[in-house]
Ligand binder design. Structure first.
Ligand code: PGA
Length: 251
């Protein structure tokens, strides 16, 4: 059977210890569901506490540095994330690319640093609205993948790619199901070109304004193996509804 859907909540710069109750409730709900893999990526400050607070769900980070240690004030390395209890890290989120000037080369270096530390990776790509409007969306995403996919023999181990159109993030707008399927097929082709047969095992998540109402339909699109959820992952009520929709969409 194919991989179960992978539903990941990205809390971005939200959450203090008071919100661990939401994570516990998400964990309890996820533990009652089979055939779905659930994870949360809280801010760095909550990783350890959240890992201790939950049993079944995965816990990861939203970024890491390219180096394992050194004079990089304010940064966090991949081995530190492992030490804090993280099992994966998101790299190349469009907010990091846009607000922190992360290039494809930096994203690749972060992915390889994370892999060296044994972390799973969710590598984000996606076009802006102007790029979509000018018909360049697939070319942009293909170029991002060519520049940022990790290299090396074990590169596909624990690797997921998240397609997140920048214009769909936090806006309530989502691409048509046909456009999602077309982009995910293009990503699959690029993964196959890069990794050969192993590229078929890489999960491709969709992200951008996923909610309980649209999750089942988005997850049923071609080559969609899960979802990366921002705003709707911040409460157990809204995130659990998405997880339930992911499971029921497969029945
Ligand atoms: P959103 O964010 O679900 O709030 O649109 C998704 C993301 O940025 O990962």
């Amino acid at each position: 059977m194919a991989n179960p859907p992978y539903i990941v909540g990205n809390w971005k710069m939200n959450g203090t210890r008071a919100m661990l109750a939401e994570a516990r409730a998400i964990d309890r709900a996820a533990s009652r569901l089979r055939d779905v893999q659930v994870a949360l990526a809280p801010p760095f400050t909550l990783i350890h506490a959240m890992r201790e607070a939950v049993n079944d769900i995965g816990i990861g980070a939203q970024d890491c540095h390219v180096r394992p240690s050194g004079a990089f004030t304010g940064d966090i390395s991949a081995p530190m994330l492992v030490d804090a209890g993280a099992g994966f890290v998101i790299v190349g989120h469009s907010e990091r690319r846009a607000m922190h000037g992360e290039t494809d080369a930096i994203v690749r270096a972060k992915a390889e640093a994370a892999q060296a530390a044994g972390l799973g990776i969710i590598l984000c790509v996606g076009e802006t609205e102007a790029e979509r409007d000018s018909g360049e969306a697939e070319a942009v995403v293909t170029r991002q993948l060519a520049g940022s996919l990790p290299q090396g023999e074990e590169a596909t181990v624990k690797l997921s790619v998240a397609y997140e159109p920048v214009w769909a993030i936090g806006t309530g707008r989502v691409p048509s199901i046909d456009d999602v399927g077309a982009m995910h097929r293009a990503i699959r082709a690029r993964l196959a070109a890069t990794y050969g047969e192993a590229g078929g095992d890489v999960r491709i998540l969709y992200g951008g304004s996923v909610n309980a109402g649209n999750a089942a339909e988005l997850l049923a699109a071609d080559e969609v193996g899960g979802a990366l959820v921002g705003g709707a992952s911040l409460t157990a009520e809204s995130f659990t509804a998405i997880v339930v929709a992911a499971v029921s969409g497969r029945e």
